[in-house]
Design a protein around this ligand. Structure first.
Ligand SMILES: Nc1ncnc2c1ncn2[C@@H]1O[C@H](COP(=O)(O)OP(=O)(O)OP(=O)(O)O)[C@@H](O)[C@H]1O
Ligand SMILES: [Mg+2]
Length: 242
């Protein structure tokens, strides 16, 4: 493994009953990059995130983070090591305000955290994401784009070295997609490496350094946006439809 690889997946496999959702996937995430993960609905993208972050057990294969095996660790342990994530369907705490939601990440996602530091860091992150006007607002009263940003803010509050984003831009209008793209680039600019699942091709093609493609659980292509955009198999199974 070369020095600049932060996450390495080797032979990652997950079966649900008789269906193989992730099939012997090898991939690497390199320090400082924005890596796109694309593929048709049901390709196994979110399942791969769940394997990496420890939300579901891996059947075979393993994930290494910063050169150490993390397969089998609980999600909170993986988070404490510096791997943050968001969910395709936002998992915010609906009965809490935006600030309280972000504070959960700052409090519980950082080892040896103090309440006072968590408070300060929460306010810094809310300002950084630009969500200040909603800080005291309950989650259900915040528009969809804001609700997705809460997830990003809570993940950032855990001080990740790597951030996994699952469809941050789905359901957003074009102006909101532009804002989300700018946010992802800003996050990477602060030294956080990003792996993102996205169906919004404009975003994928504009912000990713590299792209990997899943189809029926298998990794079928890998390359720069230009290479993936002109890959005949990828166009046939996916890009022709989006
Ligand atoms: N907990 C589960 N139990 C059973 N089957 C599951 C489970 N989670 C996912 N699957 C199945 O695994 C396959 C891959 O699902 P996954 O959610 O990873 O796809 P995806 O690539 O993220 O798709 P989308 O783009 O629609 O979000 C699908 O057939 C899905 O129905
Ligand atoms: Mg998904």
């Amino acid at each position: 493994m070369s020095n600049n690889v932060l996450i390495q997946g080797i032979g990652l496999t997950k079966r649900f009953g008789g269906m193989t959702a992730v099939n012997c996937v090898d991939f690497e995430l390199r320090d400082g990059e924005i890596l796109g993960l694309i593929g048709p609905n049901g390709a196994g993208k979110s399942t791969l995130f769940n394997l990496i972050s420890g939300f579901i057990p891996t059947d075979s294969g393993e994930t290494a983070f910063l050169g150490k095996k993390i397969t089998g660790l609980t999600p909170n342990k993986v988070c404490h090591l510096g791997l943050g994530r968001t969910f395709q369907a936002a998992k915010n705490f609906p009965d809490m305000s935006l600030r309280e939601n972000v504070r959960m990440g700052a409090l519980f996602g950082v080892p040896d955290q103090t309440y006072a530091k968590a408070e300060t860091e929460t306010d810094e992150i809310i300002a950084y994401i630009g969500l200040g006007k909603y800080a005291g607002t309950a989650v259900p009263d915040i528009p969809l784009a804001g609700q997705k940003q809460i997830e990003v803010a809570r993940a950032l509050a855990t001080k990740p070295k790597v951030l996994l984003l699952d469809e941050l831009m789905a359901g957003l209008n074009p102006a909101e997609v532009d804002e989300a793209m700018a946010l992802v680039k800003k996050i990477r600019g602060t030294g956080v490496t990003v792996l993102l699942i996205e169906h919004v091709m404009k975003a994928i093609m504009n912000i990713c350094d590299r792209i990997i493609v899943l189809h029926h659980g298998a990794l079928i292509a890998e390359g720069t946006p230009e290479q993936i955009g002109s890959n005949k198999e990828v166009i046939e199974i996916y890009l022709g439809e989006v």
